[in-house]
Design a protein around this ligand. Structure first.
Ligand SMILES: Cc1ncc(C[n+]2csc(CCOP(=O)(O)OP(=O)(O)O)c2C)c(N)n1
Length: 1127
């Protein structure tokens, strides 16, 4: 728990004590049932029992002791003390493992128990690992059909479901159900439990009809076996009632009131039965009874039966208080619901009590920026307002106005139509807020004045003594922020170019993040599990350079060695944007600690999604229950421009889909771009778009509010299910007297006078590039205390990991060193000759899968197109990969006109040449399955980015007895077929055209020409060979050269020279059968033979004739338009 959170909670408790919260007016139902003595007594007992068992654990752990510790964990878990529960459950598991061995039944029970506790805490990845472990061990020991194995399977399915791996979860639920059905019969209680789980799964995954059918079958089965007074039967009643309520809602949407009422009656009857049976048989404090009460109360409320709803909520609150404690989120939510009913009944005093209690408790649990907190605080404000206490209501309204517009979290999680309700909820709240803003202005002025003295903290926690000591820290924070702002102004001014406005606006945001939240050690910036920070708005680079300098980040060479120097020295900042400076105009990955090269808007945030996936991948591949090595978070700072780029939307959609809770984007909502106000170009509701992507959307209304920013970041850290977007309202060039909020401040130096005036406003000395010791100390100290300590702890953990898990440790090290596992290519096999052949995208896919078997960290992605592309296709980030020298492999298919019927839109005749024009990128176009195989063998160890260009149509697999071995690919180009002696004609080709080349070769050789055919799968690789080799393949003496490729000629000039000729594409292709299209565009043996004759005569086709062909293609298009019948 962060110190801030602990402090926050302490303040709530102090305030409550001061306010005499223990004696506060309690709700009628609470007074009736007593103030929860059960829980308190129980917790004392629990602590005593725990201490006793711990003592025993240390000396003589018996199964009984360990089981008791496990039970304690479950009890703590139930009463919402998740952290303590995890500790106890871990203790029980580790104790059992040590005492009885890994496979002992007690150990496996303890492991399952630990999984359940993790799950309750929302740590689904941990839970999944425990359940999977228990399942595997039970499966091996007890067999697949043993009841314990199937219980583990069921648990595993539920953890996977929570992790968003729905398809896998569904399969496992189904398997569990089938196994139980086959071994126990369809009416066995365990089978019914499985059917119930399956039904729940179907309900949450959009199959309500099937879910209803199953739920009803389960209820009938349970009534038969257990009768009405059994927990499982009551659970089934609850489930069937929930389905009926869903149906009622559906009918309301479809305007079918008669069916709606019928469904409501059905739900009501079931819930009443559940409440009565639950109360009599399980007791009024049992979670199942309480769930029924809560649902019944909600139903009454929906039907306008407020008195009944009130009664039922009161009962539920009393039960929850007794069973789960006053502070449990379920209790607080129910109190909030009760508040709503009381308010509707006009019992505003009591409603206010409810909202107050719920607000304090929920803020304590979730932080004051969480959507649930915001709506509860807002409800509280409404009741205070109605009671005439506008002075108290106002700061709550203001808090909500500042942080709440994007928090329309109305739908319950997982319910159908959730995103729609989100959006409607959001609109609704916005309208309400607008009304309140208007209403506020009519409040009495003295109330305003009085209220302004109060802050939300004052209201919730009472006036605080700590404020004074915080004042000192606040002043130091301000100094760092002013320093960052001034450095940006100075550097841009000195360079006389650059972007000062955004660093000035975002300095407090970056400061809050780096100083208070980011787990990053400036002494060791290459620590693997560090949090990542991406400045997606690369033009604001001076913000990043300032941060790196003031935080004292150390330089790391490209080989990963610390030099002891500053990564960004003040001298580097002084030479901002100058030739050779370590501080170029836009940030570039290198020794400076920049994590991502940015500049093209949107690309930084898009890449941050990849980074967050990498963090999850590392965690799921290397973490162990007791050694969680990986789990870093990724933060990206984005501007309006990033949000406008399509790529950010696609990336955000994927992040929402994958539920990347380790990803946080911060949107600088300054409403200014290069030309002026964003309103000129964009009017969509960006925040709502993110709500629809499934993100957690928070808002901080003032970029200078370091405390609110910190709370927002901590709120992100608590989020379990979704990525987070923090919308920060800011002012570009904040503080500049004439430039603030002006688009000029985006990309123009402010001018000496304005810089001086702005520094005066910041209360900062008018001295250039001033970085006082105190500033560095304050910033660095905070980062070192947190990030440094975490890094050191991590390194100890890594050392233990290497000892306990040597195999994984070695794998991790190899990965870090950029080495390949031994015999990584052992699964790769050559292809036999085959005239019919395979599309290279198919052979490449087979090779890639063989490579992946021997190379565990080969990660691929293919959107949802794997079956049609068999790989992945993408282009926008290739330039960045080449610039950063990241060894990514980009795979393209549908390489040219051979695609055929799909037509020119799918025949990228220009791509090959344009890819080849990217510096540092190696472009491969293999001609058959064996070249594919050799290509993957060549690509995997490469340290450069690669583009692989594959055919969709089948290509023959060449007989390598007849032609040269495909291993020639490792030199980029090689002689595939030859004649005796020095050639007097050289043919060159790639990919699909190699086969045409070989046919022409045969004809030409038959005519006595000394022809040589060269396969050129990767020009860039060929050009890196020693000149001797190049000359041996392409002897300078032979200048009669013809290249063949179904692409544009642009990249062939260097290889064919002025005397050569290219048989390729001049215009776009056409739709038709592939072979026909190839013939139409001149890919025939005759055409190649004619070209050969021309170059051998020394009269290659003239350049202008290519232009003529293009012109005639254009004319054809024009005339076909003219032929259109006139209307
Ligand atoms: C993909 C892309 N398109 C266009 C640009 C040119 N460009 C650089 S900054 C900018 C405006 C960005 O506005 P915003 O993100 O609001 O930044 P701010 O003005 O707040 O600094 C544009 C269009 C670019 N860098 N990348």
């Amino acid at each position: 728990m962060g110190t801030w959170t602990a402090h926050f909670i302490q303040r709530i408790l102090d305030a409550r004590r001061r306010n005499g919260a223990g004696n506060a007016k309690t709700l009628p139902s609470v007074t009736q049932t007593g103030a929860n003595p059960g829980t308190r007594g129980e917790s004392k007992e629990t602590e005593h029992g725990e201490a006793m068992h711990r003592r025993e654990l240390g000396t003589n752990p018996t199964p009984k002791t360990l089981q008791s510790v496990g039970r304690m964990a479950a009890m703590r878990n139930q009463s919402g003390q998740h952290y303590e529960a995890v500790l106890l459950a871990q203790e029980a598991f580790l104790g059992s493992r040590k005492a009885f061995g890994e496979q002992a039944p007690h150990t496996l029970d303890a492991l399952s128990n630990l999984g359940s506790v993790w799950k309750a805490q929302g740590e689904h990845e941990e839970a999944e690992k425990c359940f999977r472990g228990a399942f595997k061990l039970r499966h091996d020991k007890l067999g697949p059909n043993h009841p314990d194995t199937l219980t583990s399977l069921n648990n595993l399915a539920s953890a996977l479901d929570s992790l968003g791996r729905a398809a896998e979860a569904g399969r496992l639920y189904q398997e569990c159900l089938e196994r139980r059905c086959n071994t126990l019969g369809s009416s066995h209680p365990d089978t019914l439990t499985s059917a119930g789980n399956m039904a729940l799964y179907l309900r949450t995954h959009g199959q309500p009809a099937k879910a209803r059918e199953l739920f009803e079958q389960v209820l009938v089965g349970r009534r038969k076996i257990f009768g009405v007074r059994h927990m499982d039967t009551i659970i089934s009643m609850n489930n069937c009632a929930s389905v009926a309520m869903d149906n009622a809602e559906e009918c309301r949407r479809k305007c079918d009131p008669r069916e709606e009422t019928r469904q409501q009656h059905k739900a009501e009857a079931l819930l009443k039965e559940a409440v009565v049976a639950g109360s009599n048989y399980l007791g009024t404090r049992h979670p199942v009874t309480l769930r029924a009460m809560n649902n019944l109360a909600g139903l009454h409320k929906d039907r306008g039966q407020l008195d009944k709803a009130k009664l039922m909520y009161e009962k539920a609150v009393a039960g929850l208080r007794a069973a789960q404690g006053d502070k449990h989120l379920d209790t607080l939510t129910c109190i909030n619901n009760l508040g709503g009913v009381l308010r509707s009944l006009g019992e505003v005093d009591d409603a206010e009590e409810c909202y107050k209690e719920a607000s304090i408790g929920i803020v304590e649990k979730l932080g004051d920026l969480h959507p649930t907190s915001l709506s509860t605080l807002y409800n509280w404000a409404l009741t205070l307002d109605e009671l005439g206490d506008s002075a108290s209501a106002l700061p709550l309204y203001l808090h909500e106005l500042d942080h709440g517009p994007f928090t329309g979290e109305c739908g319950s999680k997982g319910s159908r139509g959730r995103s729609k309700r989100f959006v409607f909820g959001f609109r609704f709240i916005q309208t309400k807020k607008a009304n309140h803003r208007a209403g506020l202005s009519s409040h009495a002025t003295h109330a305003m004045a009085e209220a302004k003295m109060l802050t939300i903290e004052d209201l919730i926690f009472g006036p605080s003594k700590e404020r004074k000591s915080e004042e000192k820290t606040r002043k130091r924070d301000e100094l760092v922020i002013s320093c960052l702002r001034s450095l940006a102004m100075d550097a841009v001014q000195q360079a006389n170019s650059g972007h000062p406005g955004t660093p000035m606006a975002m300095a407090p945001v970056a400061y809050s993040l780096w100083a208070r939240v980011l787990n990053y050690d400036p002494e060791c910036p290459h620590w693997m599990n560090r949090d990542r920070f991406v400045l997606s708005m690369g033009h604001a680079s001076m913000l990043l350079y300032g941060l790196l300098h003031v935080a004292g980040v150390k330089e790391v060479t490209q080989d990963g060695l610390l030099t002891g120097k500053m990564a960004v020295a003040l001298e580097d900042i002084k030479s901002f944007r100058q030739f050779g400076s370590k501080c170029p105009g836009h940030p570039e990955v290198g020794e400076t600690g920049v994590e991502m090269t940015t500049g093209p808007l949107g690309q930084g945030v898009a890449t941050s999604v990849g980074m967050a996936i990498a963090s999850k991948w590392l965690a799921s591949n290397f973490n162990k229950p007791d050694l969680p090595l990986f789990g870093f978070d990724v933060f990206a700072l984005a501007g309006d421009g990033c949000m406008q780029e399509g790529v950010s939307g696609e990336a955000a959609s994927l992040a929402g889909h994958l539920k990347l809770n380790n990803l946080c984007w911060i949107w600088d909502n300054n409403q200014i771009t290069i030309e002026g106000n964003t309103a000129w170009a964009i009017s969509e509701d960006i925040a709502t778009r993110f709500v629809a992507y499934g993100w957690n959307v928070l808002r901080v209304g003032d970029a200078n509010d370091v405390e609110a920013l910190t709370r927002a970041f901590l709120s992100f850290r608590r989020e379990q299910d979704r990525p987070t977007l923090i919308v920060v309202d800011s002012h570009i060039a904040w503080g500049a007297p004439t430039m603030q909020d002006s688009f000029h401040a985006h990309g123009t130096p402010l001018g000496e006078k304005e810089v001086a005036a702005t520094k005066h406003i910041y209360n900062w000395p008018d001295e250039k590039f001033l970085v006082p010791e105190e500033v560095v100390g304050h910033f660095r100290q905070q980062m070192l205390e947190r990030g440094g300590a975490k890094r050191q702890h991590w390194e100890q953990m890594l050392a233990t990991y290497r000892v306990q898990y040597p195999q994984e440790g070695a794998l991790l090290q190899a990965m870090l060193d950029g080495q390949l596992p031994q015999d990584w290519d052992r699964f790769c096999q050559a292809f036999p000759a085959d005239a019919k052949g395979l599309a290279t995208r198919q052979s490449s896919s087979a090779c890639l899968n063989s490579v992946a078997k021997g190379l565990p960290w080969l990660i691929g992605g293919s959107a949802d197109l794997a079956s049609s592309c068999l790989t992945d296709y993408m282009r926008p980030p290739i330039r960045m990969a080449a610039l950063m020298e990241v060894p990514s492999v980009f795979v393209f298919t549908h390489d040219s006109i051979g695609v055929g019927e799909d037509g020119p839109t799918h025949q990228p005749v220009e791509q090959l040449c344009s890819l080849r024009s990217i510096p540092g990128l190696f472009v491969f176009r293999p001609c058959d399955a064996n070249e594919c195989l050799e290509m993957w063998k060549a690509v995997v160890p490469m340290k450069d980015p690669v583009a692989v260009v594959l055919s969709r149509q089948a290509l023959p697999t060449l007989d390598r007895e007849k032609f040269a071995s495909a291993s020639g690919l490792h030199r980029g180009g090689y002689v595939l077929a030859d004649s005796e002696g020095m050639p007097n004609l050289i043919l060159m080709a790639t990919g699909s055209e190699v086969h045409l080349m070989l046919q022409a070769h045969e004809v030409l050789a038959g005519r006595g020409i000394k022809v040589r055919s060269v396969s050129m799968p990767c020009m860039e690789l060929f050009k890196t060979q020693p000149q001797d080799y190049i000359d041996s393949v392409l002897p300078r003496a032979c200048r009669a050269r013809v290249s063949l490729e179904a692409g544009r000629s642009d990249s062939w000039g260097a290889l064919i020279g002025l005397d050569g000729e290219h048989v390729g594409m001049i215009s776009f292709g056409a739709s038709g059968p592939g072979k026909r299209v190839q013939e139409e565009y001149g890919f025939t043996v005759d055409a190649v033979v004619m070209a050969a004759a021309r170059v051998m005569r020394g009269t290659p086709q003239e350049m202008s004739s290519r232009a003529q062909s293009l012109l005639s293609w254009k004319k054809r298009r024009l005339s076909s338009y003219h032929r259109l019948p006139s209307l």
